[in-house]
Design a protein. Structure first.
Length: 391
């Protein structure tokens, strides 16, 4: 099916605008973090991240606490799009769904070509797309890119995020603490009971969700999964007798409430806390290390090959249609932009190598290299292709 931007989807337009702006801010934050990490302020930067505030360090509050709010927003977007949006029917899911599968499988396989059993646990690092960064690059192109490709990228990234959440929950879970896991399960059931009882106020869900976050944190499952679980329990419907519009839907209200703080506060803080890589002084071999090469090539080449080849296969087999007003070369340019990993890639890195700072550094360098190459080449391809029809 061709993806078109419906006039009624003002919320989606706002989402794209916010994400594009957030991507540009994230780029600036990354540059600042890199500059500080490679200056005389590096020691102070590290000491702030490692300082403890209560039971967790600043770094863990960012990665396990603030990012749980990010995953809450991701979960809300997944639920909305699956039930009432661009992914609400199977015909709409086929093209971005197959593209997402290819865009995760090929980078993972490419990573494993360079890494043996000792470092193979990082296979998921190049498998996810950073929608904020990718849309930020698209925003630089203005209306040079058909609107259908923006919608396609958004749908693909949402499915990509869903797969990343599943991967984190299954493959990057520490030793389980069953008491807390049972408590998290009971709280999850209570959240869905609130939904079944028709509770439309957001506050009860937030209070139970905060307690769920604590239990998940202590259970051994990564704490951010609590955000996704909570999102799935938030009602999309409205109360009986109320108009069925976005203003009265708890899910839409919470989603709109979170977009700006997540896009313009939480993600830049996360980027600042994780992109500060001291590259000066590292041995030259770091750039050619298997983890570095596996991540960089997985993002730059693997993503483009996977997304483009699986998309074109679906189109050739007539399972789906080319996005409206788009050419295959433009679809390839978009596939290159999907190689901008950043947020999810940085997030998975310490989960893959929790006790090895050097492997984390190699992976992060690979993320920066692969994302930079993918973003630059994707931009050039899309910029140099003349528009055939005005989107």
């Amino acid at each position: 099916m061709a993806f078109k931007l419906a006039n009624s989807r003002s919320a989606l337009r706002q989402f794209l605008t916010h994400q594009s702006s957030a991507g540009l801010i994230l780029m600036a934050t990354t540059i600042v973090a890199l500059a500080i990490a490679n200056s005389s302020l590096h020691g102070r930067y590290e000491s702030v991240l490692l300082a403890y505030l209560g039971p967790l360090s600043v770094e863990l509050w960012v990665n396990d606490g603030l990012m749980a709010i990010f995953f809450l927003l991701v979960g809300l977007e997944i639920k909305r799009e699956m039930l009432d949006g661009q992914l609400s029917t199977w015909s709409r899911r086929i093209l971005p769904g197959l593209a997402a599968i290819g865009g995760m499988a090929i980078p993972a396989l490419m990573f494993l070509l360079f890494n043996n059993t000792e470092t193979a646990n990082g296979w998921a690092i190049p498998a996810a797309t950073d929608i904020a960064f990718a849309l930020g690059v698209l925003s630089l192109l203005g209306n040079h890119v058909p609107a259908s490709l923006r919608i396609f990228l958004t749908a693909l990234a949402i499915l990509d995020d869903l797969a990343a959440v599943v991967i984190i929950a299954i493959f990057y879970t520490a030793e389980l603490q069953y008491f807390y896991l049972l408590g998290a399960g009971a709280l999850t059931l209570f959240l869905f009971l609130l939904n079944r009882l028709g509770i439309m106020r957001i506050t009860p869900y937030l209070l139970v969700g905060a307690l769920l976050w604590f239990f998940v944190l202590r259970s051994g499952v990564h704490a951010t999964i609590a955000g996704v679980v909570m999102a799935l329990a938030i009602p999309l419907r409205t109360s009986p007798g109320e108009p069925d519009d976005e203003a009265n839907s708890p899910l839409h209200r919470l989603e709109h409430m979170l977009h700006r703080p997540v896009s313009f506060v939480i993600l830049p803080i996360f980027g600042f806390a994780n992109a500060g890589i001291p590259v000066l002084g590292l041995p030259a071999a770091t750039l050619s290390a298997p983890v570095t090469l596996g991540v960089a090539l997985g993002l730059f080449a693997g993503k483009a090959i996977g997304v483009f080849s699986f998309s074109m296969l679906a189109i050739r087999l007539k399972l789906a249609s080319m996005p409206a007003h788009a050419r295959p070369i433009q679809l390839f340019g978009l596939a290159l932009l999907c190689g901008i990993g950043f947020t999810m890639s940085f997030f998975i890195t310490p989960l893959a190598y929790p006790d090895d700072p050097m492997l984390q550094t190699q992976a992060k360098i690979g993320v920066l290299m692969g994302s930079l190459l993918a973003g630059m080449l994707g931009y050039l391809v899309l910029r140099l292709v003349p528009r055939r029809i005005s989107p």
